[in-house]
Design a protein around this ligand. Structure first.
Ligand SMILES: [Zn+2]
Length: 105
């Protein structure tokens, strides 16, 4: 997935999604790493936090296998029991963008 699709501006995601700055992204990447236990679909896959919903704990990650995932972090600060944390996987940027557009509370 070329980085150019993700742009560089801060307003390229539609509300309620906002782009995470690198230091914010690190916080979510670390928490995801803690919560994702062996047996989870994303276990062992490196994740880059990209966007966060301002209305809930959903975070969009880009996975090292080229796919995308929206993960509802639980903030338990420890491994969850798979399939938690709740994860929506999408195979492309377009697909995850559609899922983000359909996101509702
Ligand atoms: Zn939300």
């Amino acid at each position: 997935m070329p980085d150019i699709l993700w742009g560089v501006s801060s307003d390229d995601f539609r509300e309620p999604w906002f782009r995470l700055q690198p230091e914010q992204a690190l916080t979510f990447e670390r928490e995801a790493e803690k919560e994702i236990a062996p047996g989870h679909v994303l276990h062992g896959i490196a994740l880059s936090a990209t966007a966060k919903c301002e209305g809930c704990d959903d975070v969009v990650f880009r996975a090292s296998d080229g796919t995308f995932a929206i993960i509802h972090l639980t903030w338990t600060l420890k491994p969850e029991r798979p399939p938690w944390p709740q994860t929506t996987r999408r195979g492309s940027f377009i697909a995850v963008e559609t899922a983000m557009d359909q996101h509702a509370h």
